[in-house]
Design a protein around this ligand. Structure first.
Ligand SMILES: [Zn+2]
Ligand SMILES: [Zn+2]
Length: 616
């Protein structure tokens, strides 16, 4: 049907599929309904497989990233009537006796726990049951693109679970490479494409050979196994997207121009040395970041403490210890460039935040090769994964960073006190917009930076607007509390959300307006945030507002969102299975592209030529 070839044997039945609905359609709710409606009817006690006898369970195993454990728990609480389906969380230290699992309709676990369990299962010394000792009625992988690299321990563990029905949930089945999809097919056991070899010759090769033109086989295959519905299928109220272009005040403009000139000078110097040194990339990324911060903070930025961060010197990268490593990691995360060199997963700010084994910390080598904690800890071979591709290995350190690490947590946090005349154009506009909001209308305010949210928080207090807030430092339960308060308490008018926490699963449908303070490097991040208010459950028409400072670097960030796609393509060409993508090379390309777009002056043409020459 897909390859238009015939075969003589009846193919094994594949039950399940890929749930890839558009964001905001309530994918987890769809899955919960499926579980509730289709309970296990088989009465068989167990099955014999190549791994021996497996006891059959009526339960559904849901595997989720650690960060979504609490979200799933709350979804189940919200959508299931009491005394209907039962569920439990099986992870970390909270594990219950394994033989009780069969008493629950749903067992939620994490990718990390699954990998650990598989190790225990394969260890012949340990003779106890694991998640792999059963034949499950159903397995569901949430954020299934996590297993895009079939060589990782997570992908292997997910494929090894025995289950009658296999489902995968993802908003992005294919990110950069067509082979991303191969791993999902292997997990779903879609015969015959579950074999990477068949997928390669029948799907991937024809697709790559013809470029973007002939994707018919790929398309057919995707259509056969997946449910990709768009918002058109449900009656969502209208969404209006607005862009508010703002103009710096004369004072701000002067300050910004000075900063920009300085940045261009530094970039010129850095990029004229070839090859670039790691310290120079990092500094360059930081300078570009400063320009973005300036657009949010205006004159406040000049006396901002955090602004005095030590930049990374060439000597620092020579030393390469925990503090330089963390600083470098922060810079890479802020530039949305923290990609694991092994599994290709993007690490956001929460990465490696917890010291617990569920969320192991990533390693960053001196050459800026990044390897996520899961890839380090759970290499399929059992041997530690090399932290970079150089011989001898470059020095590497365990890194972690959260935007709030420098600020004391909890209620005792000191908010910045800003003088009236120093409030930036952007924040003034936001406050005016919030204050003219009709009574009873709720708003969400997104920003990448905690410091920006701090500034807004102090302005909200001054204006007497009641609010709540969620950001990276909040535990799952505290976050959930803040969201509940916003959703149900009529007196709360605003919720401040750090955009890196505003991702999957968050439901802020009590709001009908969303403000996005600044453009993000990653356009997906913006869309995901705005979908928090425009999703299943929203009854009112919604409005989204994006602020942009005219003529500033922010306009280039928007252009870079398109460049990002080119980079992905370029990265694809550079990457081979044997030789994991060199992070430094990638950063260099990225930096050059951003540099070329820093201003549109007459020199940009020659600069672009120069960098093309350098790249060749
Ligand atoms: Zn990884
Ligand atoms: Zn290296």
């Amino acid at each position: 049907m897909i390859t238009e070839m015939c075969q003589n044997v009846v193919p094994p039945d594949s039950k399940g599929g890929l749930l890839a609905d558009q964001m905001g359609l309530g994918k987890s709710l769809t899955m919960i309904s499926l579980i509730a409606l289709n309970s296990c009817k088989s009465t068989e006690k167990g099955i014999f497989t190549t791994q021996g006898y497996l006891r059959r369970l009526k339960s559904t195993l849901i595997v989720v990233p650690y960060s979504l454990l609490e979200t799933w728990n709350n979804q189940l609480k919200r959508h299931l009537k009491p005394d209907t389906l039962t569920w439990m969380r099986f992870h970390g230290t909270q594990k219950r006796k394994i033989w009780t699992l069969g008493n629950f309709d749903i067992v939620i676990t994490t990718f990390e726990t699954l990998v650990r369990q598989q190790k225990r299962h394969e260890d012949t010394e340990i003779r106890e049951e694991t998640l792999f000792s059963f034949s499950w009625h159903r397995i569901v992988l949430d954020e299934a693109h996590t297993i895009r690299n079939r060589a990782t321990a997570m992908a292997k563990a997910a494929c090894a679970v025995n289950a009658t029905n296999r489902w995968a949930i993802t908003g992005t089945p294919i990110q950069n490479r067509v082979t991303d999809f191969s791993s999902l097919l292997e997990y779903l056991k879609i015969y015959p494409f579950s074999s990477p070899k068949v997928f390669d010759t029948e799907i991937a090769k024809p697709w790559l050979k013809s470029g973007d033109k002939d994707i018919t086989r790929m398309k057919k295959l995707v259509n056969c196994i997946s449910l990709c519905r768009t918002k058109a299928i449900i009656d969502l109220p209208k969404r209006e997207d607005l862009i508010h272009n703002l103009k710096f005040s004369a004072e701000e403009q002067e300050y910004y121009d000075r900063a920009k000139e300085g940045t261009i000078r530094k970039l010129d110097a850095a990029l004229s040395s070839n090859p670039l040194q790691p310290g120079q990339y990092l500094n360059a990324l930081q300078w570009l970041n400063e320009l973005r911060l300036l657009c949010n903070h205006g004159l406040v930025h000049s006396n901002r403490e955090v602004n005095k961060t030590v930049s990374i010197t060439p000597q620092d990268t020579q030393v390469w210890n925990k503090s330089t490593g963390n600083k470098a990691f922060e810079t890479i995360v802020c530039a949305n460039e923290a990609v694991c060199s092994v599994c290709g997963n993007v690490l956001s700010d929460g990465a490696g935040q917890g010291s617990n084994s569920e969320n192991p910390k990533p390693y960053l080598a001196k050459c800026l090769t990044l390897t996520c904690g899961s890839c380090i800890k759970d290499s399929p071979s059992g041997q530690p994964v090399p932290t970079c591709s150089h011989v001898p290995l470059c020095k590497s350190v365990e890194v972690s960073w959260t935007p709030d690490i420098a600020i004391s947590s909890g209620k005792g946090k000191m908010l910045p006190d800003i003088r009236e005349e120093h409030v930036s154009t952007k924040l003034k506009t936001l406050m005016a917009d919030l204050q003219t909001c009709p009574k009873g209308e709720k708003s969400v305010v997104f920003s990448y930076w905690t410091f920006t949210l701090d500034l807004i928080e102090s302005l909200l207090i001054k204006a007497g607007i009641s609010y709540t807030r969620i950001d990276g430092q909040h535990s799952g339960e505290r976050r959930e509390e803040a969201i509940q308060k916003f959703q149900t308490d009529a007196s709360i008018q605003v919720i401040l959300v750090s955009i890196t926490c505003g991702g999957a699963g968050l439901d802020l449908t009590a709001a009908s307006v969303a403000y996005l303070l600044e453009p993000q490097w990653n356009p997906m991040m913006e869309e995901q945030a705005l979908c928090r208010i425009h999703r299943l459950g929203q009854a009112k028409e919604v409005k989204t507002v994006r602020y942009r400072i005219r003529g500033s670097f922010e306009e280039r960030v928007v252009q870079a969102q398109d460049l990002k796609k080119e980079i992905a393509a370029e990265a694809f060409n550079m990457q081979s299975r044997r030789n994991p993508l060199d992070n430094r090379k990638r950063l260099e390309i990225f930096l050059r592209m951003r540099y070329e777009s820093i201003d549109e002056g007459p020199s940009s043409m020659s600069r672009s030529n120069q960098s093309n020459a350098l790249r060749g």
